[in-house]
Design a protein around this ligand. Sequence first.
Ligand code: CP3
Length: 353
Amino acid sequence: MPNHRFLKALLRQPVDKTPVWIMRQAGRYLPEYLETRKRAGSFLNLCKTPELACEVTIQPLARFELDAAILFSDILTIPDAMGLGLHFVEGEGPRFKNPVQTIAAIKNIGIPDPEDELKYVCDAVRVIRHELNDTVPLIGFSGSPWTLATYMVEGGPSKTFSTIKKMLYAEPQALHLLLGKLADSVTQYLNAQIAAGVQAVQIFDSWGGILSHQAYQDFSLTYMKKIIQGLTREIDGKRVPVILFTKGGGQWLEAIADSGCDAVGLDWTVDIANAKERIGDKVALQGNLDPAVLFASPEVVKQEAQRIIRSFNDNTGHVFNLGHGIDKSTNPDNVKVLVDAVHEYAARRTNAF
Ligand code: CP3
């Protein structure tokens, strides 16, 4: 029996229990992931070898009763395909050999063909769909233009974002040119993932929350709206839901819910009951357990999961998740406690609705 609880909840149709998946569910907290990465030689090789990307996509599903799989890849595949020279420095994260800091460099950027430079991603989708054999849906994803631009302009992760913020205020037209190209690339990339078989997509706006109120609208949300307008929303008669996740976006939930997305991802700082009151009649909500809860005892994990389900208090429109990616030092046993607790508690409560 295919499990489509995740897709149903995103479309706000009734479900028997709250579906759950976990951002970064495949990754370094799993010993089997570390073993496959070692065999691949590097994280990027792992992303670029469809059979291995498929293997690690499936690993968390073998351990936990998750209601969705997420394509194993990275948001930085697009800037990599644009020729920025992506590499990963152990312990420090991603770095670009050729950051993009001038209007001339931005003008030089081309839009990658997803079935050419990014064909390995589409191939991974096809291999994973075949392997999943319709047990659970597959999620595709991309970074938001703003979030991708932060890495491209800063040359890697940043604490202050001073280079891109300087560009935003001193040379806004240069940044708009970059964001426009990224929006076109992301649209084509997500549509290629959808054509290859992903059944829902999530846009990760990991750094939208560092922007001022006005700058968020102008430099992040506008471009995500443009992407959503250009996406294939239905394939073979089935809706392809779009989840929009802005970390730190709690104060803009109404505007995010008006973007045309089907679901809004919440970080852990938001009260989900309040978010439901504000926007829950328009879109589904995804989230929002603090990933740090998983460092506590199984009892605390269960209590905190139950608190969120009770707060949401409905048998549709909620996809349980963390409020951001799982930490690499998490004990996998606690992830099992969490996933089982969500299902058990939600199933018990369903009878009460
Ligand atoms: O959710 C999943 O399981 C799918 C896989 C996935 C990865 N990255 C794998 C990964 C997804 C959805 C991402 C998204 C991503 N990548 C984001 C947005 C989500 C977020 O966390 O806000 C961002 C900002 C990136 C960029 C990126 N990639 C960074 C900053 C890093 C280093 C992170 C760190 O903790 O060191 C990566 C590397 C990365 N992406 C890893 C994984 C499993 C670790 C690589 C390794 O094995 O060493």
